[in-house]
Design a protein around this ligand. Sequence first.
Ligand code: TXA
Ligand code: MG
Length: 324
Amino acid sequence: MLEQIDRQSLEEAVNLLKKGDLVAFPTETVYGLGADARNPEALSKIFLAKERPFTHPLIVHLASPSQLSAWALEVPESALLLAKAFWPGPLTLILKKRPEVNDLLTGNQDSIGLRIPAHPLALALLEAFGDGIAAPSANRFSRLSPTTAEAVREELGAKVACVLEGGVCEVGIESTILDLSRGQPVILRPGMISAAQLEKVLGQPVGFSREAAPRVSGMDMVHYAPNTPLSLVTEEQLPMILAALPASSLPVALLTHQGLEVQQEGVNRIVMGNEPAQYAQELYLTLRALDKQGFKKILVEALPPTAEWSAINDRLQKAAARNK
Ligand code: TXA
Ligand code: MG
């Protein structure tokens, strides 16, 4: 895979990062908007480009677990176990920060988010850069995370100096965030690495935070939403809801993972993957495409309330909450 990486654009990207510019790059989850994590001016550019409040902390991306101690005050055994099991991969660990870590990275908190992404281009960039790259998802604040380079350009245009092309993100939704900085491990944002997987490695129960922690931007209800109003409907509710739709609400897009049959003028059925991994990969890509197609409404067939769907249910509930 590494042979396929365009060395010249990688070198340019590293030079841009070194001089304090922004570089968008692919990860296995979503595209990130990267800046030199040690350069406050570069970090400020991230917030300005995203129109993101300065109090929302950023994740620092690393190439190797040996870099953890450069950012974290203590690296607990649990972090090393999880790093071994899941990195590179879609897991972010929150650890107590070292005193010199810039407040822009932490939203003035005493902790820092760290992750090693599993995308060959991201890893090559991190290795060539040689230090931490801070990167939130490369979208404007409160919008869908981009899962293609084209979506990054749509979101940020000229605000980003360079977008590295890395294809469609394999996971498709943001990493699981696990807080190891205060007692019991707690999931702050569910992702495709599940609580059960984490518990198995840790040998202890993992909690789940539903508190509206304002600095965990994934917890804000305005997140992850397409512009088109989105509602969740169960299979049972669907016939009634479709029958009651006024002509002014058409056309409607219906996302179904079970392949529900609907024959109704103005209702466009989109069959999604019936497996969580496939559904997650297609989710933002599909919503972003639907946003451009002039639908008045997006109806999403409710997913099973089971653990394997929990991260996707979380994103869909947040997308639906915007319209309440
Ligand atoms: O998959 C991902 O995590 C992607 C890719 C690019 O790595 N990144 C991402 O970043 O989703 P962002 O900034 O869009 O979301 C990161 C979340 C935010 O909700 C932020 O508040 C939270 O991580 N976070 C970062 N540091 C934190 C900390 N010290 N304590 C609590 N939450 C933190
Ligand atoms: Mg984000």
